[in-house]
Design a protein around this ligand. Structure first.
Ligand code: SAH
Length: 390
């Protein structure tokens, strides 16, 4: 059976299905689906890839009798040197700016909260046009600045320890809302310019491929943010059609898979999605992925952190040459889990190394600002007085 057929049997059929889970490629012109491009009658340029945006703006400006180079000027202000509005594109004549603003939109995300941790981690809560809130975390580490971005408002997957899962699924983000998180930080004063991007904020990126696909282009393209594909990591619970779609991209985007348990029985209790995408199939997808994959494994005290778990995980990781990232449980998630004690972390790591697996223990960052998946939004909701309270 071809790999494609293998994956096709896992195309949406159960409770995780919704429109968002489909991997349709949109209309035949290859653009992001039509409604999402427009706000009212105007085309949202930030939902287009840089090439599509250039073509669209060039067509309009040619009709207006403007010189061809103006389209490139506009393009530069979308991502490379972002402008907050058409009016801020001051290298373009005012009258042209006004015409552009009548035809196109470049919507902003509103910063609702901006909190800084004592370790330098900075977390943003963005408010979207329909009131949804999403989180973005900026994590400095030496010369690197990693942005952890959200791909959905909420999440349908309900992993037992995750705050986002507990809030449920609200909706998919559009490309302009995913790439817009990076754009907004570039618009700050002083701007935050990331060297690395991880899709480890709220949501499951591979259940929103329709928007994540063009977003990857925007992040990587030289007329977008120009971030190297190897510095962009898509993190997934193991959505097989999505892994296949990612593997078909010619760029070297990185794939991280949240494993969290080395057996189906245990994984099912932590990650209900394992019913739909069982461990063996996820591991097989990792093996077939033509680049090195990272396994993420959150260490839960007394649950998945015994030496036997490490041995089983070691066999799985060895089998597909995966790198293992051990993640300390971030307090403030959900469920009654405890982080692993240091001695367990040490013996777990030693056992994996003994199995010939490369492993890193991630540092917990932003502990004082609720920096783990979904936690800031949860805190924000908690702090709000109930409706009707004085
Ligand atoms: N849905 C994707 C990406 C978002 S979550 C995925 O699951 O991979 C990014 C990572 O953070 C996942 O590995 C997730 O399991 C982990 N995570 C969620 N809550 C956490 C917590 N409280 N402590 C540590 N890691 C957590």
């Amino acid at each position: 059976m071809s790999s494609e057929q293998d994956y096709v049997k896992y195309m949406p059929h159960n409770g995780f299905d919704d429109e968002s889970a489909t991997l349709s490629e949109g209309p035949p012109d290859g653009r992001v689906h039509d409604e999402s491009r427009t706000i009212g009658p105007r085309t949202n340029l930030l939902n287009l890839t840089p090439s599509q945006a250039l073509e669209t703006v060039a067509g309009f400006l040619a009709e207006c009798g403007e010189p061809a180079y103006r389209a490139r000027q506009v393009l530069r202000h979308l991502w490379t040197k972002p402008a907050g509005s058409f009016d801020d594109m001051t290298d373009i004549p005012r009258e042209v700016r006004q015409r552009l603003a009548g035809q196109f939109s470049i919507p902003r995300l509103a910063v609702d909260m901006d909190v800084q941790s004592s370790d330098g981690t900075r977390k943003f809560l963005f408010r979207l046009a329909d009131g949804q809130a999403i989180e973005t975390v900026a994590i400095p580490d030496g010369k690197r600045l990693t942005l952890c971005i959200s791909s959905q408002a909420g999440c349908a997957l309900q992993c037992a320890f995750c705050a986002t899962g507990a809030m449920g699924f609200a909706r998919n983000l559009e490309a302009f809302e995913i790439a817009g998180q990076v754009r907004e930080l570039a618009l700050l004063d002083p701007p935050l310019q990331p060297t690395n991007i991880v899709f480890m904020g709220m949501g499951e990126p591979l259940m929103n491929w329709k928007a994540v696909d063009p977003t990857l282009t925007i992040l990587n393209h030289p007329d977008g943010f120009g971030i190297g594909a190897r510095h962009i990591t898509v993190s997934t619970v193991g959505v097989l059609p999505g892994i296949l779609a990612l593997s078909k991209r010619p760029e070297q985007f990185r794939l991280a898979i949240s494993i969290h348990a080395p057996t189906d029985d245990l994984r099912r209790t932590l990650m209900p999605v394992n019913v739909k995408y069982p461990l063996a199939d996820v591991i097989e997808a990792a093996r077939r992925f033509d680049r090195r994959v990272t396994f993420e494994y959150v260490l839960l005290g007394g649950v998945n952190d015994a030496v036997e778990h490490a041995m089983a995980l070691g066999r799985l990781a060895r089998g597909c040459g995966a790198f293992v990232n051990l993640i300390p449980l971030h307090p403030g998630g959900t469920g009654n889990f405890k982080p692993s004690v240091p001695a367990s972390v040490r013996s777990f790591t030693t056992e994996l190394r003994r199995a010939g697996v490369e492993v890193a223990v991630r540092k917990s960052r932003g502990l004082d600002i609720a920096a783990a998946c979904g936690q800031l939004r949860v805190e924000r909701l908690r702090r709000r007085p109930p409706v009707g309270a004085n």
